[in-house]
Ligand binder design. Structure first.
Ligand code: 8YV
Length: 314
């Protein structure tokens, strides 16, 4: 008998086929009544496959008394109730490393798009305004700026490595300074970091402790010419303080890949022209998503074969 796997969110066909070939997959995300679905299927579930932003909360875990593994298709596991998993001995895996470079690529692309207004400039051409009104207004240079990175983990370091080629100065805040990067300036706290830079990247693994770490004080320290780029989780930023700052012009601009309550984002964002809004797609390349799906399945295989997990979280 194939082990029963509860699937929290849709996956690409290249994952769905192999997953269904090996497991008895129960698609929670396709159920009309989630609670009824959990009541009917929860007892038999041995593993949960979920996405970073969907996780597995206490309702889901409680409905699955025999679950042994939660395999996250994503690096962030903040939406998984880790306390419950640890208490019940449920193993959790994620997909680090395979997505690092893509997320960093997009982050740097967002920085360039924000400063050089590439999205608006492209719209200028398409709408015919170039021909009717003339050249697009001048923008702000990228190279040589002061960049801050909040959270110097794998993704933060990949952003910093790329930006070295832009001749920017790199400042960062994290729990401790990195020993092997003397050229990158360690700063004690997020407000001091925001004060020191023009552009602030948020690349921090989200948890209850980091909730709203980018608050009104950080945004005010970044200032009216400052730019915020969030490629981590929405919970790291106080979104209502961010909207206030963007609307009031006390923050220059923001490029965001993540939102509270996504995909139903706060409509206040849509009225702003100093934002670049992306649909949580930083890891969204074919190559990386294939590697993420493979890693999810490899962890499942190893778990059911009794072998060591490849990328355990707990
Ligand atoms: C999503 C992510 O998992 O890695 C993460 O933590 O948020 C993403 O990679 C991806 O969007 C799939 O839903």
């Amino acid at each position: 008998m194939k082990p029963v796997v509860l699937q929290m969110g849709a996956l690409p066909d290249w994952d769905q086929g192999p997953l269904e070939a090996q497991f008895d997959v129960r698609a929670f995300f396709a159920a009309e009544d989630g609670n009824a679905f959990l009541r009917d299927n929860g007892e038999s579930v041995r593993a949960i496959v979920t996405r970073g932003e969907l996780g597995a909360d206490s309702t889901v875990l409680d409905a699955c008394p025999a679950v042994e593994l939660v395999a996250v298709y994503g690096v962030g596991f903040d939406a998984v109730d880790m306390a419950a998993c640890t208490e019940r001995g449920i193993r959790v895996t994620n997909t680090p490393d395979v997505l690092t470079e893509d997320v960093a690529d997009l982050g740097v692309g967002m920085m360039i798009a924000l400063s050089r207004e590439t999205v608006q400039a492209a719209a200028w051409v398409r709408s015919g305004r170039w021909a009717s009104e003339g050249n697009y207004p001048l923008t702000t240079r990228v190279h040589g700026r002061r960049v801050g990175i909040l959270g110097m983990g794998r993704i933060g370091q990949a952003v910093a490595r790329r930006l070295q080629g832009f001749g920017v100065s790199i400042h960062y805040a994290d729990l401790a300074p990195l020993d092997d990067q003397p050229a990158w300036v360690h700063v004690d706290n997020p407000v001091a970091l925001a004060e020191a830079v023009d552009v602030l990247f948020v690349t921090l693994a989200a948890s209850a402790r980091t909730r709203h770490i980018v608050d009104a004080a950080v945004l005010s320290a970044l200032g009216h010419n400052g730019q915020l780029i969030n490629i981590s989780r929405a919970s790291n930023v106080d979104e209502s303080a961010l909207l206030d700052a963007l609307e009031g012009g006390t923050l220059g601009a923001a490029a965001l890949d993540v939102f509270e309550g996504e995909p139903a984002i706060d409509p206040r964002f849509l009225a702003l022209d100093n934002v670049l809004l992306l649909p949580h797609c930083a890891s969204g390349t074919v190559e990386t998503r294939q590697a993420m799906g493979q890693l999810v399945r490899d962890n499942l295989d190893r778990h059911f074969a009794g072998d060591a997990l490849l990328t355990p979280v707990n």
